[in-house]
Design a protein around this ligand. Structure first.
Ligand code: SF4
Length: 215
């Protein structure tokens, strides 16, 4: 790991230890819980998801229960946060996990990505937060922080969908330890400090080494 990468992770972890945000799914490393949380968090404000997450897990405490329940029951729970098409995908995914994976959320990316409604972000989130594997779930906020700090660019007008850029980040800038906490630190830091508009560079602990700030 080079100096800038080392500084990045060490600084982020120090910041995270004092400033981390607290959400119920962060206290779980059950891959099923992570899968439910990530489905609900898609394009939905995090604060709206908390009560629905609890309701989903009390109503469907296991994959078996979800797979065997009517889709309308899932729709009823998800309706307050919208995007109810997620209900069909969630149920389909639960059924596939039950029939093809013995009720256990797959532990391999290639299997996860084939599940209904599971894209690159959810697959990596399950691997990292559910199976504590060394990877980086990459969304718009995450990619913004990496691009700014490490001076990465993309020809793609939507860098979040740039697979080459994502592989580059995962190849060169993976955290050495505490993969779950490190990625949560990136999420929180990108959401609170390195924001899309008006990043708080003046109070940012990374500003010394950040290529965006020093250009
Ligand atoms: Fe983001 Fe500014 Fe910090 Fe760089 S210095 S990481 S651009 S907030």
């Amino acid at each position: 790991m080079n100096k800038a990468t080392d500084f990045f992770w060490v600084t982020l972890m120090k910041w995270f230890n004092k400033n981390q945000r607290s959400y119920p799914w962060r206290f779980s490393d059950d891959p099923y819980h992570i899968l439910i949380a990530e489905f609900l968090l898609q394009q939905t404000h995090v604060r709206k998801v908390e009560s629905i997450y609890h309701l989903m897990l009390t109503t469907f405490p296991t994959i078996e229960k979800l797979a065997g329940s009517p889709e309308s029951k899932v729709v009823d729970i998800i309706t307050p946060i919208g995007l109810t098409y997620r209900a069909e995908r969630l149920k389909k995914t639960a059924q596939t996990i039950l029939t093809s994976y013995n009720g256990k959320v797959p532990v391999y990316y290639d299997e996860l990505i084939k599940l209904s409604g599971v894209g690159d972000y959810i697959a990596n989130a399950v691997l990292c937060y559910g199976y504590l594997q060394r990877t980086i779930p990459i969304d718009t906020n995450v990619i913004r922080l990496f691009c700014r700090y490490f001076g990465l660019t993309s020809d793609n007008p939507r860098p979040r969908t740039d697979k080459l850029l994502a592989s580059r980040i995962r190849e060169h800038f993976l955290p050495e330890l505490q993969y779950k906490e490190a990625n949560l630190a990136v999420l929180d830091f990108a959401g609170l400090i390195c924001t899309a508009n008006r990043p708080k560079c003046f109070e940012c602990n990374l500003n010394d080494q950040c290529l965006y700030n020093n250009k």
